[in-house]
Write a protein that binds this ligand. Structure first.
Ligand SMILES: *Cc1c(COP(=O)(O)O)cnc(C)c1O
Length: 219
């Protein structure tokens, strides 16, 4: 599928849900994709990308940024606290704020640097033991803690369990965001972004549907 087809489908889903045209941002997830595929998407004018590994983004995006200065890259995968400062230099947003220690580290570095990427809290809506994220029952308290640390939150993010109907998870995430006054919802991937848009997604993270299957596993 091409970038323009995905954009078409997003526009149709926005219209079907009565959403404002252009209210959903498309994050093109470029992890593990060869540079020529990424460049092809850049050359079609797309500027918002997602990566799930700090090291991979560090190897790939500084040189693309020289050629495409208005590019934005969002971190959508796990962040080790000792890579937080590096992440500040690489990403316009972090979608994976998933534990108190990381929130504290981000708050400290934001104070030191006088700036901070946009932040999304990752919620483990499926309560899967192997998956990162704040449990739904703990989300309100964690959001309050982040607010108390002066972290400006953009919204929430989730990755539904593969075997389950994602809409239930999208609806749960939307509900937690709403009762906490958060407007951003990072949800929906190649297989389910239209359902996520119907339930209020503001950021969809689409990889393989744009770039083709990943050559090796991207985690
Ligand atoms: C890889 C990845 C995506 C994109 O997945 P596709 O199924 O290729 O669209 C979205 N979100 C996260 C967190 C990812 O790691």
């Amino acid at each position: 599928m091409s970038l323009s087809e995905i954009k078409d489908r997003i526009a149709k889903a926005e219209a079907a849900a009565g959403r404002t045209p252009g209210s959903v941002q498309l994050i093109a997830v470029s992890k593990v994709q060869p540079d020529d595929r990424v460049r092809a998407v850049l050359d079609q004018g797309h500027r918002l990308f997602g990566e799930n590994r700090v090291q991979e983004a560090a190897g790939k995006w500084p040189s693309f940024r020289e050629q495409y200065p208005d590019v934005q890259v969002h971190l959508i995968g796990p962040l080790q606290t000792n890579k937080t400062r590096q992440a500040f230099g690489l990403f316009e947003a972090i979608h994976s704020v998933d534990r108190p220690k990381l929130a504290k580290t981000i708050a400290r570095i934001a104070q030191e640097e006088g700036r901070c990427p946009d932040l999304f809290i990752q919620v483990n809506t499926g309560e899967e033991p192997q998956k990162a994220g704040i449990l739904p029952a703990e989300a309100d308290a964690f959001i309050a803690d982040c607010n108390a640390m002066d972290l400006r939150l953009e919204g929430l993010m989730c990755i539904p369990p593969v075997e389950e109907e994602p809409s239930l998870h999208f609806a749960l995430l939307a509900k937690i965001a709403e009762r906490n006054g958060l407007s951003g919802l990072s949800m929906g991937m190649s297989s389910d972004f239209e359902r996520a848009i119907a339930l209020g997604a503001t950021h969809v993270r689409v990889g393989s549907a744009i770039f083709g299957e990943r050559v090796s596993s991207g985690g």
